[in-house]
Design a protein around this ligand. Structure first.
Ligand code: AMP
Length: 281
């Protein structure tokens, strides 16, 4: 595995791979890798011949009060994991290279970026869309893999790639969970042992909603209220949102129909956790 930290060097490596007829698969991450990230790398390995993983904690997607400074970073451990999992190139640009003085171009996916996580994290998806566009221009992948864990992010990126004619296939891989159901996340490290235990309510609430839907429930209000009650029963859990929206436009639904996204964001102490379930009704 090769570690590349320069943008021109990465562009050259991708040009050479393309000239050699290799298909490039790309997994963008912010590091602090866990089995969820590694599943994306394995998927990229299946879909392409040159697997590029990036680690970049992107400052433009964090709000001023958010955890950019204390976001966990461990490059030595991460690079070992990428190597073991079959990555060919680990791309680790610096913030100074990605955003040199005078950088002033941003990508905004309107509408989809303003709801759900976008409502409580203004500018977050603008930062995500901008950095992913920049990374696509640097890595020049044929296919890029994202996690269903960040469902809204995947939907925003799919829209962006289509709207801007970015010549890359977007693949979304399933959420990897801990044995007790908690979706794996770098931010789970912020949880105290008690909060870690309480945080299982997210996947339990989604599981409850799924079973109600399987029993025929189609009223979004009933499902949202049931999930809110389960979460509110946990001391210290602060609900950011519990929403049932259509799986493409992210508009609120009254009755479940078609592809439906059930999405939650809940704060436990220092950690803001998200989880979701996509169902076809
Ligand atoms: P992050 O490092 O949090 O920016 O995530 C990088 C990529 O890994 C994104 O596409 C995430 O959706 C994906 N990811 C994060 N957690 C999981 C998980 N538990 N299961 C599957 N994919 C994940």
């Amino acid at each position: 595995m090769q570690v590349i930290d320069g943008i021109p060097q990465m562009q050259r490596a991708s040009d050479e791979a393309r000239c050699a007829g290799l298909k490039i698969g790309f997994v963008p991450t912010m590091g602090c890798l866990h089995p969820g990230h590694l599943s994306l790398i394995r998927r990229a390995r299946e879909l392409s011949q040159l697997v590029v993983v990036s680690i970049f904690v992107n400052p433009t997607q964090f709000g001023p009060q958010e955890d950019y400074q204390r976001y966990p970073r461990d490059l030595a451990r991460d690079s070992q994991l990428v190597r073991e999992t079959g990555g060919d190139i680990l791309f680790v640009p610096s913030a100074e290279q990605m955003y040199p003085p005078g950088h002033s171009t941003f990508v905004e996916v309107e509408g989809l970026s303003q709801v759900l996580c976008g409502a409580s994290r203004p500018g977050h998806f603008r930062g995500v869309a901008t950095v992913v566009t920049k990374l696509f221009n640097i890595v020049k992948p044929h296919v890029a893999i994202f996690g269903q864990k960040d469902a809204q992010q995947a939907i925003v990126i799919r829209r962006m790639a289509a709207d801007l004619n970015q010549d890359v296939d977007i693949v979304v891989a399933p959420t990897v969970r801990e044995p007790d159901g908690l979706a794996m996340s770098s931010r789970n490290q912020y949880l105290s042992p008690q909060e870690r235990q309480q945080a299982t309510v997210l996947s339990r609430a989604l599981g409850w909603a799924r079973s109600r839907i399987e029993s025929g429930e189609r009223r979004a209000g009933v499902l949202v209220e049931g999930m809110r009650q389960m979460i509110a029963a946990i001391p210290g859990a602060q609900i950011d949102y519990v929403a049932i929206v259509d799986g493409q436009g992210l508009q609120p639904l009254e009755q479940l129909a078609g592809e439906v996204l059930i999405a939650l964001a809940v704060r436990f102490g220092q950690a803001r956790l998200i989880d979701n379930l996509m169902v076809r009704v």
